[in-house]
Design a protein around this ligand. Structure first.
Ligand SMILES: [Zn+2]
Length: 281
C-alpha cells in the first residue's frame, strides 16, 4: 500500500453539506478528532492520539459509525501525547493512520492559509464540514487545493537509472526527477519538460504508474516511468547540483543500505518506483 493513502473512511460528501448533520456528528459522544499541533500530528504509543472534536474541528468523514474530525490545537499538545512531523509519523504509524494524518494535515493547512478571500480580501467562513470556504462579501467559493507534482523514473531500457541530487541535499543523496505541473500542460508534457529542464535528457516514452498524497502541505505525487536513450545528462537549472545515470548494481546496493548512494525513504513513491524497477529483473 502507498503510504499516506488508503484511509478507510466514508467522506460523507453529500451529508456534510448539511450544517445540522455536521453538528450532530460533532456532538456524538463517539466523535473523535485527529490533533494537529504547530509541530505536527499528535501521537501516543505509535498511534494517533484521538480526542473529542472542538467547535472549529473540520470533518474528515465516518469510520464505520464513528465521526472523525481534525482539530488544530496549536501548542496545546496533551500530556500523554507527543507531536511528530508527518515524515516521522509515516514511519511510526500504521498505514491507515498515516493516511488520516496526511488528510488532516493537508486540510487544516489549507484552512490556516486561506482565511481571507483571494478575490476581495475579506475574511472567509468555513462550510461543508470544512471542505469549502465562502466569502460573505463577494460570494466567492474556495475549495481545498491539491498541487500536482510529477515524479519520473527514467531508465535507458537496460541497467541505467537517471537520478538527480538537489543542491540542498547532502552529498550522496539522489532521487528521481520531479516537479510541479504548470498551467496549460498535460501530465505527460510536464514529465517531458521537467526531465529536459533538469537534465537535458529527451524522453522516448512516458507511462503513468501510481500516485501518492504528499501532505507537505498539499501535493499529489503522480508517478511515471519513462524510457530515454543513454544521453549525457547535465543539470539544466539551479535546482539540481548533480544528475547522472546509475547502474542497477549501484542502486541495488543502496536499496540494501550499502554504498555511498542514499535513496529516498521507504514510505515515498520515489522509493517505490525504484524498488519496482529493481524487482523487474
Ligand atoms: Zn471575497
Amino acid at each position: 500500500m502507498i503510504v499516506f493513502s488508503g484511509a478507510a473512511l466514508d467522506r460523507a460528501a453529500a451529508l456534510r453539506r448539511r450544517p445540522e448533520w455536521v453538528e450532530e456528528r460533532r456532538a456524538d459522544p463517539r466523535a473523535r478528532a485527529v490533533l494537529m499541533s504547530d509541530e505536527g500530528v499528535v501521537l501516543e504509543d505509535g498511534h494517533l492520539l484521538l480526542e473529542r472534536p472542538g467547535a472549529e474541528a473540520v470533518l474528515l468523514g465516518l469510520s464505520g459509525e464513528t465521526p472523525l474530525f481534525a482539530d488544530h490545537v496549536g501548542g496545546a499538545v496533551p500530556d500523554r501525547g507527543h507531536a511528530a512531523g508527518l515524515r516521522e509519523a509515516a514511519t511510526e504509524l500504521p498505514a491507515e493512520e498515516a493516511a488520516l494524518a496526511a488528510y488532516a494535515g493537508s486540510l487544516l493547512a489549507w484552512h490556516r492559509r486561506h482565511r481571507f478571500c483571494a478575490n476581495c480580501g475579506a475574511q472567509t467562513e468555513p462550510r461543508d464540514g470544512g471542505h469549502e470556504r465562502v466569502c460573505p462579501a463577494c460570494g466567492a467559493h474556495h475549495f481545498p487545493r491539491t498541487d500536482p507534482v510529477v515524479i519520473v523514473r527514467v531508465t535507458d531500457g537496460g541497467d541505467g537509472l537517471l537520478l538527480g541530487r538537489q543542491a540542498r541535499w547532502p552529498e550522496g543523496r539522489f532521487s528521481l526527477l520531479a516537479g510541479f505541473v504548470e498551467p496549460g500542460e498535460t501530465l505527460e508534457e510536464a514529465v517531458r519538460r521537467e526531465v529536459l529542464e533538469e537534465s537535458g535528457v529527451r524522453l522516448d516514452s512516458v507511462a503513468y504508474v501510481a500516485s501518492q498524497p504528499w501532505p507537505f502541505p498539499s501535493s499529489l505525487m503522480l508517478g511515471f516511468s519513462a524510457l530515454a536513450g543513454r544521453q549525457d545528462p547535465r543539470p539544466g537549472d539551479d535546482e539540481l547540483a548533480e544528475v547522472r545515470w546509475f547502474d542497477r548494481a549501484e542502486v541495488e546496493r543502496a536499496a540494501r543500505g550499502e554504498g555511498p548512494l542514499l535513496l529516498a525513504p521507504p514510505y515515498s513513491i520515489a522509493r517505490r518506483l525504484i524498488d519496482e524497477w529493481l524487482a523487474e529483473r
